[in-house]
Design a protein around this ligand. Structure first.
Ligand code: CA
Length: 480
């Protein structure tokens, strides 16, 4: 009897603190937990080369999951048709030409008239997404390709990121370098944190995936921003035998790019599975996108139904696959039809993290969350702009004007003609004049380029545009 009573007493005494423990923190935690933010960036991928974009041959079931669990953007644009400037725009939320980052920063390709080598990089007075998220309590990592300056002063750990595993340059082998070979540049080597260089025996895409998984497992108890900057599917065309074997019907670089995409998708799957296993998935905003259009001539990527390639302002150079999920916040299995920009990521992430994006100054991006939840109707952007030296483009409503160095401007109505095959410039001369002027007014706000590629590359860009002017249907795909 006494044992039973004391047992009840013990139970009662044990229950009280448990109830108290359950009650007090839940009251204190009335404010919603800040979401984690995961940005997965592919490199040089083709517009058509994903299941969610209509490919029936490329195997991307995991990236397709994001489209199914969230929203696919039908008209997402990068702010530049090549890697470096696109990433500078993305990470600052600003047109990168505002601070002179108009051209790609590739040592060995530059004109001596501007900055070269280690003097090229994201200007130190520009703030990155990680800089903005830090005071909101975020722990940030970038894994993979940086490409915003090779010098120590431009290093990710000096630009708001708490963790870095990757390389400073713009492209590298997917297999380990011989570290004793003097031909390899420092910015090509794998680096952990600051200045600790060590190659990995792993295939690079898989190495970045393993790092991303470990980062999530390590940081479950605090809000994080993970910028997973894969090099897939940028050249060199290095693929694993087991990934190549999955595409016996393909050959050459087309088989390799499919295999490299399969490794990329495997990585996204492992990361999503880790977010599920750690029960973070419902409180994580995930974005998957790509930094510029596919360079069909370099990696056999396909931008169908868009014309053009990387380095051109045709839609195939600047319109990219984009999917995002955030359960309960972003609608599932939807398509967002209006034009958007990767410049929008900064204010969107800032807002998701609890910041007031209307307080951001000098930003060209727009917080997309109210548009996705239909809290705001209408379009995030009336106009979007692109510029590289003489070449430029403006998207204004449904219209797009392209300006070239070696031929008259061209005008397209993208609603009727996403492939840019029917030039309407002669039929609508007033529209050409108005858009030409609007484009120029935007250009007047920009700085001069801090560095420029050698002039010969402009000639190559025009030849490249002509060579890939007509969109070509890949092996098997449905047209989105
Ligand atoms: Ca790229």
């Amino acid at each position: 009897m006494s044992f039973r009573i004391s047992g009840r007493l013990v139970a009662a005494l044990l229950t009280l603190p448990i109830i108290a423990a359950l009650t007090i923190p839940s009251a204190a935690a009335a404010a919603p937990k800040k979401p984690n933010i995961v940005l997965i960036l592919a490199d040089d991928a083709g517009y058509a080369d994903f299941g969610f974009q209509g490919s029936e041959v490329f195997q991307t079931p995991n990236i397709d999951r994001i489209a199914k669990n969230g929203t696919r953007f039908a008209q997402a644009y990068v702010s530049a048709a090549v890697c470096g400037p696109s990433r500078a725009g993305l990470i600052t939320g600003k047109y990168q030409q505002r601070f002179g980052y108009e051209e790609n920063n590739v040592p060995g390709y530059m004109s001596a008239s501007g900055a070269t080598g280690d003097d090229m990089g994201l200007p130190l007075d520009e703030k990155t997404i990680a800089d903005y998220l830090k005071p909101l309590g975020y722990h940030s990592a970038i894994l993979g390709k940086w490409h915003l300056g090779n010098a120590d002063r431009f290093h990710p750990l000096k630009r708001g990121f708490d963790e870095f595993y990757g390389f400073r340059g713009g492209a590298r082998s997917y297999f380990p370098f011989d570290e004793s070979n003097p031909n390899h540049r420092r910015e090509d080597f794998l680096e952990r944190g600051f200045g600790v260089f060590a190659e990995t025996p792993k295939y690079f895409t898989d190495a970045l995936t393993d790092e991303a998984v470990a980062f999530v497992e390590r940081n479950q108890d605090k809000p994080f921003f993970l910028y997973l900057s894969y090099t897939a599917v940028h050249a060199p065309m290095d693929a694993l035998p087991e990934d190549l074997a999955a595409f016996p019907q393909l050959s050459g670089n087309r088989q390799k790019v499919a295999a490299m995409t399969r490794a990329l998708d495997r990585g996204v799957g492992k990361l999503l599975n880790t977010l599920e296993k750690t029960r973070l998935i419902d409180n994580t905003l995930v974005v998957f996108t790509n930094d510029n259009g596919g360079p069909t001539d370099h990696n056999a990527s396909n931008n169908y139904p868009l014309s053009g390639t990387k380095a051109t302002h045709l839609e195939g150079g600047i319109r990219v696959p984009f999917v995002t999920q955030w359960p309960g916040q972003i609608p599932a299995n939807q398509t967002f039809a209006h034009p958007s920009s990767l410049l929008d990521l900064l204010p969107t992430f800032y807002s998701a993290a609890g910041g007031d994006s209307s307080n951001l100054k000098g930003i060209d991006g727009v917080n997309l969350l109210p548009y996705l939840t239909a809290e705001t109707t209408g379009k995030p952007h009336q106009s979007l702009y692109w510029k590289k030296e003489n070449r430029a483009a403006i998207r204004d409503g449904d219209w797009k004007l392209l300006r070239f160095p070696d031929r008259p401007a061209e005008l397209y109505n993208l609603v009727d003609d996403a492939s840019e095959s029917n030039n309407l410039a002669r039929q609508y001369p007033e529209k050409v004049t108005a858009l030409y002027q609007k484009l120029f007014q935007w250009e007047l706000q920009l700085d001069r380029p801090k560095w420029q590629l050698r002039r010969e590359f402009e000639g190559q860009a025009m030849k490249r545009m002509d060579a890939f002017r007509k969109a070509k249907l890949p092996e098997a795909s449905s047209n989105h």
